[in-house]
Design a protein around this ligand. Structure first.
Ligand code: FES
Length: 113
C-alpha cells in the first residue's frame, strides 16, 4: 500500500491523504481517480506543463526526471527544485510515501478531459 498526501496552494482546499495500490500509476492518474483537480491539457504525454506539481517528500519512489520533462517544467508557472509533471511521476514502489503540493489551479488556463 502506498500513502500519497496532497496539499494545495489554494488555502480553501484541505489536505487529502490516500492509501492505495499506487505502483505503476502516475500521480496524475491518482488525482483523477480521487477527484483531485489538476489540469492536464496534453492528456498526460509530457507535452505541456499544466500538470505541474511539487514533490515535497518521496521523490525517490518516483520515475526519474527526464530531459523532456525538465524542458516543460521550465515553462511552468513558478518552477522550483521540487517541480515535476504529475503525468510523468510514475510510482515505482508498492510502499511509496509521497507528499505532493498542487499549485493553485485557478492560475492555469486548462480544460477538462
Ligand atoms: S499533462 Fe501535459 S505534461 Fe502532463
Amino acid at each position: 500500500m502506498s500513502t500519497i498526501t496532497f496539499k494545495f496552494e489554494n488555502p480553501k482546499l484541505e489536505t487529502i491523504t490516500i492509501e492505495t495500490k499506487a505502483k505503476g500509476y502516475s500521480i496524475l492518474e491518482l488525482t483523477e481517480d480521487h477527484n483531485i483537480h489538476l489540469n492536464h491539457n496534453c492528456g498526460g504525454v509530457c507535452a505541456c506543463s499544466t500538470c505541474h506539481i511539487y514533490i515535497d517528500k518521496g521523490d525517490q519512489y518516483l520515475e526519474e526526471l527526464s530531459e523532456k520533462e525538465e524542458d516543460f517544467i521550465d515553462r511552468a508557472r513558478n518552477p522550483k527544485l521540487e517541480s515535476r509533471l504529475a503525468c510523468q511521476c510514475i510510482i515505482l514502489d508498492e510502499n511509496a510515501v509521497v507528499e505532493v503540493m498542487i499549485p493553485d489551479q485557478s492560475q492555469i488556463i486548462g480544460h477538462e478531459h
